[in-house]
Write a protein that binds this ligand. Structure first.
Ligand SMILES: Nc1ncnc2c1ncn2[C@@H]1O[C@H](COP(=O)(O)OP(=O)(O)OP(=O)(O)O)[C@@H](O)[C@H]1O
Length: 293
């Protein structure tokens, strides 16, 4: 089962030695049940703060965070989380690491059922045969796959992903994106993804929320109307290129920078009368689609 998430007029400031640091300001977002929402925005604008509020690790100064309509008042076992650093326990095998949440959350599953569930997820992400390895025996991408399994092994209603692919090389990252689509097809959760990678948000999300500079509010919500399951080729489709251009411009607005002209307009290239569409599509791979940190 998955739960809708809503934030209603959420405002929050951290107490610091220099005084209050306003981080979120009148932030309202609705994430429907089973949806996948990506959040992008300037560095330090408050994206991770949003995840802590949804996970119930912090309470907002003002406003309400709701899961399934009920106000969040503290941490919930039905929330799964994965971060940039997988933090697997070296003294446990991969299977034991994946099963960890089942030792913490109350479950009616027998030990055998728990193991079957963990093995099934590991197979789904391509880690069959690595169950008895220690984390240090796996590559960074494999560790992150195991971490994803651990975050959903207890069938959370809400999955929070805070830059889980951020430290991976580009090819491994794209592999993991496809794995995320496979997990989403098999499992039920409402997902919030924090990312600096605009291609990642277009590939994975149903909608991408662009945060303003701190204190952050939802500056723009971009519907990623590209159907459900996607392939990497879809990132080169004209619609994906348009969406990337919209997101990149929105990030520039959030940063208070000059905004690029619309990507669809022909850009004069010396010696070339008109820039072909293929060339525009190729810019989707340009590192400038990485939202600056
Ligand atoms: N516990 C804390 N106490 C004081 N200030 C904090 C605390 N946690 C975060 N901050 C500050 O609040 C601001 C927002 O932090 P947050 O981690 O939510 O931003 P972010 O958008 O996730 O950042 P990044 O893009 O760099 O990952 C930052 O300026 C950060 O330094």
């Amino acid at each position: 089962m998955s739960l809708p998430i809503s934030l209603e007029h959420v405002t929050h400031a951290y107490s610091t030695a220099a005084g209050p640091l306003p981080v979120l300001k009148d932030l309202s977002i609705d994430m429907p049940e089973g949806s996948f929402t990506a959040v992008v925005g300037p560095s330090g604008c408050g994206k991770s703060t949003l995840t802590r509020l949804i996970a119930g690790l912090m309470k907002p100064d003002q406003g309400i965070v709701r899961l399934g309509g009920a106000p969040v008042t503290g941490p919930r076992s039905t929330v799964g989380m994965a971060f940039q650093n997988p933090v697997l326990l070296e003294w446990r095998t991969i299977l034991q690491n994946v099963m960890l949440p089942l030792e913490i959350v109350s479950t009616s599953m027998s030990k055998t059922q728990q193991q079957d569930r963990a093995r099934e997820l590991l197979a789904l992400v391509g880690l069959e045969g690595f169950e008895d390895k220690k984390p240090s025996e796996l590559s960074g991408g494999m560790r992150q796959r195991a971490s994803l399994c651990r975050s959903i092994v207890h069938r959370p209603e809400v999955l929070i992903l805070d830059e889980p692919f951020g430290a991976l090389d580009a090819f491994t990252r794209e592999d993991l994106w496809q794995t995320m689509h496979e997990l989403r097809a098999k499992e039920q959760f409402t997902c919030v993804l924090i990312t600096h990678d605009l291609r990642e948000s277009v590939f994975l999300s149903d909608r991408t929320v662009v945060f303003s500079a701190r204190p952050a509010f939802a500056q723009r919500v971009v519907e990623i109307d590209m159907g459900g399951r996607r392939t990497l080729d879809d990132l080169y489709a004209p619609r994906a290129v348009e969406l990337l251009a919209v997101l990149r411009r929105e990030i520039q607005v959030a940063q208070g920078r000059d905004v690029d002209p619309p990507a669809a307009s022909p850009v004069p290239v010396p010696g070339v009368a008109n820039r072909p569409v293929e060339h525009v599509a190729a810019t989707a791979q340009d590192p400038s689609t990485e939202a600056p940190r």
